[in-house]
Design a protein around this ligand. Structure first.
Ligand code: PGA
Length: 255
């Protein structure tokens, strides 16, 4: 073993759950979140947007319909586009209102998304302070980009990065273009929780569905952590659970 390896950080393997379908993944992820809510008197969730969590929010809304209360929940979303406010249908704030906050009884102002219309440095600093004031994030829901990003921490992001202004990768802008009206530019910048911020969550749930995520998921866990694959930083965290479908998980067993 090289001296560097001998003194390097402790690496962890995630718990892995591979299920037949995206629907089964959503059901399992919602169950994990609901279990967290049932065991924490003042739950603080880290939440994600994108296509993957949509079915999870459907299940949480259904749980609210049958009696689960989200009144004690505080939540912090991972990221937001710079320049977009909550009234813009392409903003993540709007997504969260539409798909989750408006469908449950979370208290007004307790579901937070970084403000894309504020001064980014101030927004980032206040966001970190608000997470700390809430006592830190208990359970962080994460997706993964095809390029391995978590939140909008694109390849090259430092593992100790904090909430900050970032420039989006071209591949991310292309992947998210369908969320914008035809002819509208996808913003070039965003505010994202940093990798260091994410790693401070007490538990992390990484969710991936579909064959397009297979390479990124493989890269995240089958080599030493490397900023070229931001999700590989999750190997530094002792309590990560990966819940994926067979299509996304199909390379997890191969070298
Ligand atoms: P997706 O996004 O759920 O829309 O695939 C995940 C991500 O880019 O983090």
């Amino acid at each position: 073993m090289s001296p560097a390896a001998a003194t390097g950080p402790t690496l962890h393997r995630p718990a892995l759950v591979v299920l037949d379908s995206p629907e089964a993944v959503a059901t399992a992820v919602a169950a994990r979140l609901l279990r967290h809510l049932a065991t924490e008197p003042r739950p603080v969730l880290g939440l994600a947007t994108g296509r993957t969590p949509l079915a999870v929010y459907d299940r949480l809304a259904a749980a609210h319909g049958t009696g689960t209360s989200f009144a004690a929940v505080q939540s912090f979303n991972l990221d937001e586009y710079v320049g977009l406010g909550a009234s813009d249908p392409a903003s993540f704030a709007h997504y969260m209102q539409r798909h989750f906050f408006d469908r449950v009884d979370i208290a007004a102002g307790q579901g937070r998304v970084p403000d894309g219309t504020g001064d980014p440095a101030t927004v980032a600093r206040d966001y970190e302070a608000a997470i700390a004031k809430a006592g830190g994030i208990g359970l962080q829901l994460l997706g993964i980009g095809t390029n391995g990003h978590i939140g909008f921490n694109e390849p090259g992001s430092a593992f100790d990065s904090r909430t900050r202004l970032v420039t989006l990768a071209e591949s991310t802008r292309q992947a998210n273009a369908p969320d914008f009206p035809r002819g509208t530019e996808v913003p070039r910048e965003a505010i994202t929780m940093g990798i260091g911020t994410i790693l401070e969550a007490r538990q992390i749930l990484l969710v991936a569905t579909g064959a397009a995520k297979a390479e990124a998921l493989h890269a995240a866990f089958h080599a030493a952590p490397d900023p070229d694959c931001p999700a590989s930083a999750l190997q530094l965290h002792p309590r990560v659970e990966v819940i994926c479908d067979c299509a996304a998980g199909r390379r997890l067993w191969s070298a």
